[in-house]
Design a protein around this ligand. Sequence first.
Ligand code: 5GP
Ligand code: MG
Length: 187
Amino acid sequence: MTNTTYTNPSDHVQLRDLLFVACITETRVRERVKELGTMLTEDFKDKNPLFISILSGAFVFAADLIRAFDGTCEVGFVRLASYAGTHSTGSVQTVMGLEKEIKNRHVIVVEDIVDSGRTLHFFLDYLREQQPASVCTVAFLRKPEALVFPVRVDYVGFDIDDRFVVGYGLDYDGLGRNLPGLYQLVS
Ligand code: 5GP
Ligand code: MG
C-alpha cells in the first residue's frame, strides 16, 4: 500500500484543505467485508449475537458486515468521540449511550478503526461491567504502529500505515464518509 505512485487524478480526492489518495479499492473492501462476515457466521451463527456499532465512523462497515452475517442477530449503537479534525483529542466522550440490554448476550463490537486503541479500551471496560456472555471485537482497520492501549482486536479487515484515512464511513471534518473505497492523506 505504501510506495505506490498514483498518477491518475481520479485516484485523488480533495476534502477542504487536504488531498487524499486511493489506498484500498471498493472491490477489495467488499471482498474483505464478506470474508469477515463468513468468519463471524462460523463463530456466532447460533448465538443470536448483538452487534454494537460505534458511531459515527463504523456505521457503513456495520451495515455491510451484518448483511454478510448469515444468522439471526441484533444491532445496537453507541456514539463515542475522540477525534477533532485529523488528530485525537486524547479523551473519549460518550455522546450517545447504549439502549440495548447486554447482560448474557454475545456482543460483537464493531469499530471503524483502531488507532491508539483508546476508544475500544474505554468501551470494553464499560461493557464488561454489564456482564455479557462474551465480547469480541471487529475493526475494519487497525494501525498497529499507533497502538498505545492494550486492546485485542479479534477480527481485522486491514492493517494500515499510521496515516490519516477517509472513506467507507471515516471522515475528515464530516466529509468523505460516502467514499466507497479508502483514501490516505497525502502529506
Ligand atoms: P483511538 O481511540 O483508537 O485512538 O481512535 C479511534 C477513533 O479515532 C476511530 O474510531 C476513529 O473515529 C478515529 N480515527 C482514528 N484514526 C483515524 C483516521 O485515520 N481517520 C479517521 N477519519 N478517523 C480516525
Ligand atoms: Mg470510531
